[in-house]
Write a protein that binds this ligand. Structure first.
Ligand SMILES: *Cc1c(COP(=O)(O)O)cnc(C)c1O
Length: 373
């Protein structure tokens, strides 16, 4: 366990608590042209592809890293792969879906959205009707786990419908990649987007786009952004092994270590098992205290859990937050548009002991506040 007073555990959607060994991997300076760094870049790309189920040699997809937070990678994928005269259908049930619409807007990509409530998953039948009714749609973009609530969208079923309609399918898998299975051998995806600092337990600063090679090869000149052009980034990486612009060297070194630890834990399956257990211990513990989850269990991803804020007059989120922080836990405010909630994450370098500890601290804090549930 961490030294409580100094370094709280991050029970958030990211950045997250990382292992000591991941942090230690940053204790060295790398030159961007150093042969070992070039090798590291390539090793990380191959490891990332392996997690997505891509064949080691001659696989269908390739991984392109891009500097920045996760949103930079989403924006890079949209500007690099959605043709300027294309039309996007965005599946929206939370803030990250809405952010995709904003990105389309910034880059003048025509889009329409299929919105469902923040606790409602999209219906594959409705999606099919929408695609049948609008032949202009070229691209469908969906969010795997909408981190706003923690809802798990039915990505396999959506992929099947999109493939039948012969559209490209882009998935924002930011908060699931590495912990919830999304294998491109079973689930046809044109592009899958993730970042260094969520379920792969690296530090923030890098995004990744896994893209079908066939799409990539025909993407030259589509992007209207130089720094976010994944085609250009790819050509440079393939030709020289190097990044076009300053790479976040320490972040990549930490990520290289984080990927080793992911594999040692048993890959996606092992990580999913730990997060699932974290989620169960947290939800059961909080329910025993009288809290209610926003989502029913069958829609809940083992990533972040939204709880209704108590309606008791003495419950003040800021005080609740600060008192938990003093006890060593950083939680997160709610992000729902209409309901008063708060969120507790169960990803990052956390185990069931940490989840039991946060539940006991919540019990102490609400009793101290004089809140009854
Ligand atoms: C975290 C996250 C992002 C990216 O957010 P950044 O703050 O830019 O890293 C995008 N989509 C989803 C679903 C996320 O959870």
């Amino acid at each position: 366990m961490t030294d409580f007073a100094k370094e709280p555990l991050l029970l958030t959607p990211g950045p997250l608590t990382t292992s000591r060994t991941v942090k230690e991997a940053m204790f060295r300076d790398w030159g961007a042209r150093d042969a070992l760094f070039v090798e590291m870049t390539s090793r990380v790309r191959r490891a990332f592809e392996k997690i997505s189920g891509v064949e080691v040699d001659g696989g269908s997809h390739t991984c392109i890293p891009i500097q920045g937070s996760g949103t930079f990678a989403v924006e890079a994928a949209i500007t690099s792969f959605v043709p300027r005269n294309g039309k996007v259908l965005v599946l929206v049930n939370g803030a990250y879906g809405r952010r995709i619409c904003r990105i389309c807007n910034y880059h003048n990509r025509t889009f329409t959205s299929y919105e469902t409530g923040e606790n409602v998953i999209p219906s594959p039948n409705d999606l099919m009707s929408l695609l049948e009714a609008d032949a202009e749609i070229t691209d469908v973009i969906a969010v795997h786990c909408e981190t706003t609530s923690g809802i798990l969208n039915p990505i396999e079923e959506i992929a099947e419908v999109v493939t039948k309609a012969k559209c490209r399918f882009i998935v924002d898998a930011m908060s699931t990649f590495g912990a919830v299975k999304l294998d491109v051998k079973d689930t046809p995806c044109s592009a899958v987007i993730a970042s260094s600092n969520k379920c792969l337990e690296g530090v923030p600063g890098l995004g990744f786009v896994l893209v079908e090679k066939e799409i990539l090869k025909s993407s030259e000149g589509i992007s209207n952004s130089l720094s976010l052009d994944l085609y250009d980034q790819w050509i440079n990486l393939e030709n020289t092994g190097q990044w076009r612009f300053t790479p976040p060297t320490h972040v990549l070194a930490a990520f290289d270590q984080a990927l080793l630890e992911h594999e040692a834990e048993g890959g996606v399956r092992g990580r999913h098992a730990r997060y699932q257990k974290n989620c169960r211990v947290l939800v059961e513990g909080m329910r025993a205290l009288g809290f209610r989850t926003y989502l029913p269990d069958h829609l809940q991803a083992p990533i972040i859990i939204t709880f209704y804020a108590p309606t008791h007059e003495r419950f003040l989120f800021d005080q609740f937050y600060d008192s938990l922080k003093i006890r060593g836990f950083a939680i997160y405010p709610g992000k729902l548009t209409e309901i008063d909630t708060f969120r507790i994450g169960c990803i990052g370098r956390l185990d069931e002991g940490d989840m039991t500890a946060v539940v006991s601290s919540v019990r102490e804090v609400i009793s101290e506040m004089g809140v009854t549930l």
